[in-house]
Design a protein around this ligand. Structure first.
Ligand SMILES: [Zn+2]
Length: 464
């Protein structure tokens, strides 16, 4: 990999610096650096460590991103353009799923109409009622390889039209094995300045891990990767991902027996792993704190979400040394529903941040995508402003200052909420270059301020 010199960037508040990247590391910081390699004009923008999403579900997010919503389409031209744009972002042979079609957009669809739009991809379009899927020929050939169901419509000559009525269950069976395309998500995350993620899915098994590992090896998913799992997970020989904590999913309606919970913690310890427990409700948190008090907590143990944290639980969190990995964007995205559903007295306990930090509890931020948007800049705004989508406040005292909000995303994957990564000699060249100095960017955090994202010394996103 060729060295890269970023010219005229701001580092830790000091402008006009050059930063040299070599062998995936920061190899020089100073004024007017010389030496071999390509140069990139930073135009005075801040260079900060790449952001980490400490809690995301990659495959589910990719699967959702694979769908195109057609609801806003008004005519045939827009229908064509919407689909073509989505297809252009996918490699030939890939699948595209579009939903929300209505006949007034482009008339009755069949395989021939869709083939003209998508001659090289597999395309399926669902109508608004959900009763009808229309598949193009490549998609149709794949799902009917073992024969067509009675639900598949045929024309007078007996040829399949591509229209399948009420064939959802049948289709799902044939498409279940189809892995989602990770490259679009990789690009989206890169455009947000994200250079590393922790996938917290309890469902991750060897097969899912292999999918993610392959995406990382091919570059489709350029971000560094830590994987959680409920069961055992082997570290790959090439170290393409790190194995993170064991994920314990709790469900308030069916909490596990206390001894089972302790056994799962013990099981994680025999694998040499920390434990991350999904705690959205106060009941889930109480059980979890009790379990850690008996089993003992260790470095790396985490509370995921911390949706409701009663004030009296904070000293226990601190004493046990647990990290809270929160999702500030839920305050924005779901806040109006919380205000309607959560008792007023409990609203101060929702997605705490500042009070945890003040008590010395490590806090890191994340998206929990696909359940909230994977834009960390939206998360930062919510962490600062504590406003719902309609502008109503939730726990204003839990708001943090802009710099702190950014730092929630700057911990290491192995120690979220721990020391903030810095632009310093020898640090990994996982970087986010902004269009403007940091103070300006933090005045109104927004993803549009990202100029370039660099992972392992190589650009993976450039805005221009
Ligand atoms: Zn989650």
């Amino acid at each position: 990999m060729r060295p890269l010199i970023l010219r005229n960037v701001e580092v830790a508040g000091r402008g006009g610096l050059d930063v040299r990247l070599a062998d995936g590391r920061i190899a020089g910081i100073g004024e007017r650096l010389s030496g071999p390699g390509e140069t990139f004009d930073g135009r005075g923008g801040a260079l900060i460590p790449g952001l980490i999403d400490h809690h995301i579900h990659l495959l589910a997010t990719a699967a959702q991103a694979r769908s195109v919503r057609l609801d806003a389409v008004r005519d045939a031209d827009e229908f064509d353009a919407t689909l073509r744009q989505a297809l252009d972002a996918r490699p030939p042979g890939g699948w595209l799923r579009a939903t929300g079609y209505h006949g007034r957009m482009a008339g009755d669809l069949d395989r021939d109409v869709l083939d003209r739009i998508a001659p090289r991809h597999r395309l399926r379009v669902q109508d608004q009622t959900g009763a009808l899927w229309i598949l193009n020929s490549l998609a149709l050939d794949e799902v009917t390889a073992q024969g067509a169901p009675p639900e598949a419509e045929r024309d007078a000559g007996g040829r399949l039209t591509g229209r399948i009525w009420r064939g959802d269950a049948w289709l799902r069976e044939r498409l279940a094995a189809e892995p989602p395309e990770l490259a679009p998500l990789g690009r989206t995350l890169a455009a947000f300045g994200i250079t590393g993620v922790t996938d917290t899915s309890a469902t991750t098994d060897a097969q899912a891990a292999a999918l993610l590992a392959d995406a990382r090896r091919s570059g489709a998913l350029p971000q560094r990767l830590t994987l959680m799992s409920a069961g055992e997970l082997a570290t790959p020989a090439d170290g393409i991902f790190d194995v993170g904590p064991v994920k314990v999913l709790l469900d308030d309606a069916r909490l596990p027996e206390f001894d089972d919970f302790l056994a799962r913690i013990a099981g994680a310890r025999t694998q040499g792993r920390a434990v991350a427990v999904h705690c959205v409700t106060a009941g889930e948190l109480a059980l979890t704190l009790a379990a850690f008090e008996v089993a003992g907590a260790q470095a790396g143990d985490r509370i995921e979400h911390g949706g409701v944290i009663p004030g009296e639980a904070i000293p226990s969190l601190k004493q046990l040394g647990l990290t809270v990995v929160t999702q500030p964007a839920f305050v924005f995205e779901r806040g109006d529903r919380y205000l309607a559903d959560v008792e007023a007295a409990e609203q101060v306990d929702l997605y705490r941040c500042a009070s945890l930090l003040a008590a010395g509890v490590p806090v890191a931020a994340s998206s929990d995508a696909p359940y909230a948007a994977c834009d960390p800049w939206l998360g930062m705004r919510a962490a600062i402003q504590r406003r719902t989508r309609t502008g109503r406040p939730i726990g204003l005292k839990e708001g943090v200052d802009p710099r702190r909000a950014l730092e929630l995303y700057l911990g290491d994957r192995s120690a979220p909420g721990g020391p903030v990564r810095r632009i310093e000699l020898g640090a990994a060249a996982d970087l986010c270059l902004l269009c403007v100095p940091l103070a300006e960017a933090l005045a109104e955090p927004a993803a549009e301020q990202i100029r370039a994202t660099i992972i392992d010394g190589a650009p993976v996103f450039a805005a221009d």
